[in-house]
Write a protein that binds this ligand. Structure first.
Ligand code: MEV
Length: 367
């Protein structure tokens, strides 16, 4: 499925001769919380998601002598998202100059709060800046492509949320949520299973939630594949996906009206439907129960792909819920929703600089 990697077979450029040395871009992108609609969004049902105030920073420097990540040679086993980004963005633009990538992750990994999306979007954003482009829609499209190729499935929810920031509503392109300004649409050109999504801005009220990380690492690709398999065979699972879609639609007017009691009740219902999909985990369920048992909690659900990872609670007493989650063995973060999307800290562009030379390829490998 991944395009042939042109980079390491491409003509070798001596960056110092061509004047491409010492270019760099620093880009940051936020993590996300899916409020409603995870998994169901993969099947065209709507989802609502918000950027968090946790951010990943990525610096991309051109040019080095080899492709590195945090000082180590890039390797598909450790840097699968970044290697795909190098192939699909840098290589696809015909660039072959080795780049150095430095990452600083502020989003806990494999926790269901968008660490891989933040890493992908910040890296793609930095590469785009070096290539002279700063278009969020283009970043969202490339980032979705990178994430989908790396994970082998999934929707553009995480990468679009991280790119756009704030709150987004996402749904099938032919059945858009029509809740706010259209930001972009995204297509997946799989002949057997073509899909297209529309992304809209949703105005969120000022929301602080408590995220509880179970510490059990959940893999998005595995959970997406598990649901894909289950929904083919099991009508209960398909019904649960449709229920999640209805709950998500019902949540939109409640969020608009700031009816947090109503939103909390829908969070509980969404959690029950996700449980029916088989993506809940005992460690996450424990944190959901602990949060619900704390006075002031309006609702709680798992968030993201599940199989471990995180839950979040909507509560009038964030500190009390955070303490209860910690006492139950989880890691708690009081997170403000609606943070800014992709941002550049500093960037120099390669635009206008010479394209790679036609000199014979050097003997390089991808590891
Ligand atoms: C993962 O954060 C959300 C899922 O819906 C997968 C996806 O939309 O790509 C489980």
């Amino acid at each position: 499925m991944v395009r042939p990697f042109p980079l390491f077979n491409a003509p070798r450029v001596n960056p110092f001769v061509q004047g491409l040395s010492d270019l760099r871009a620093i880009c940051t992108a936020p993590g996300k919380v899916i409020l409603f609609g995870e998994h169901a969004v993969v099947y065209g049902h709507p989802a609502l998601a918000a950027a968090t105030d946790q951010r990943t920073h990525v610096e991309v420097d051109c040019c080095g002598t080899e492709f590195t990540v945090n000082g180590l040679r890039i390797h598909d086993r450790y840097h699968s998202y970044l290697l795909t980004a190098v192939k699909e963005v840098w290589g696809a633009q015909g660039r072959s100059e080795p780049i150095r990538i430095q990452t600083e992750g502020g989003v806990p990994s494999a926790s269901g709060t968008g660490s891989s999306a933040a890493l992908t979007v910040a890296t793609v954003g930095a590469m785009h800046a070096l290539l002279g482009k700063r278009d969020p829609a283009a970043i969202a499209r490339d980032s979705f492509r990178v994430e989908r190729l790396t994970q082998g499935g999934g929707s553009p929810t995480d990468t679009s949320t991280s790119t756009a920031g704030g709150g987004i509503a996402i749904s099938r392109l032919d059945d858009p949520p029509n809740v706010g300004e259209k930001l972009w649409d995204l297509h997946w050109e799989d002949p057997e299973n073509p899909r297209a999504w529309a992304v809209e801005r949703i105005e969120l009220p000022d929301l602080t939630v408590v995220v509880g990380n179970s510490g059990v690492k959940g893999r998005t690709d595995e959970q997406v594949a598990k649901v894909a398999h289950a929904q083919k065979k099991n009508a209960v699972v398909r019904d649960a996906l449709a229920d999640i879609g209805r709950i998500t639609r019902d949540a939109v007017p409640l969020l608009r009206r700031k009816d947090f009691v109503g939103v909390g009740a829908l969070l509980d219902k969404a959690h029950a439907a996700l449980h029916m999909l088989g993506v809940n985990h005992p460690a996450v369920e424990n944190l959901v129960q602990v949060a619900r048992a704390t006075p002031g909690t309006l609702g709680a659900k798992l968030t993201g792909a599940g199989g471990g990872g995180s839950m979040f609670a909507l509560t009038e007493r964030p500190q009390a819920v955070a303490e209860a989650i910690k006492a139950a063995g989880g890691t708690a973060y009081v997170v403000r929703l609606g943070g800014p999307g992709v941002q550049w800290v500093g960037a120099e562009s390669m635009e206008g600089l010479p394209a790679p030379s036609a000199a014979p390829a050097a003997d390089e490998t991808a590891t």
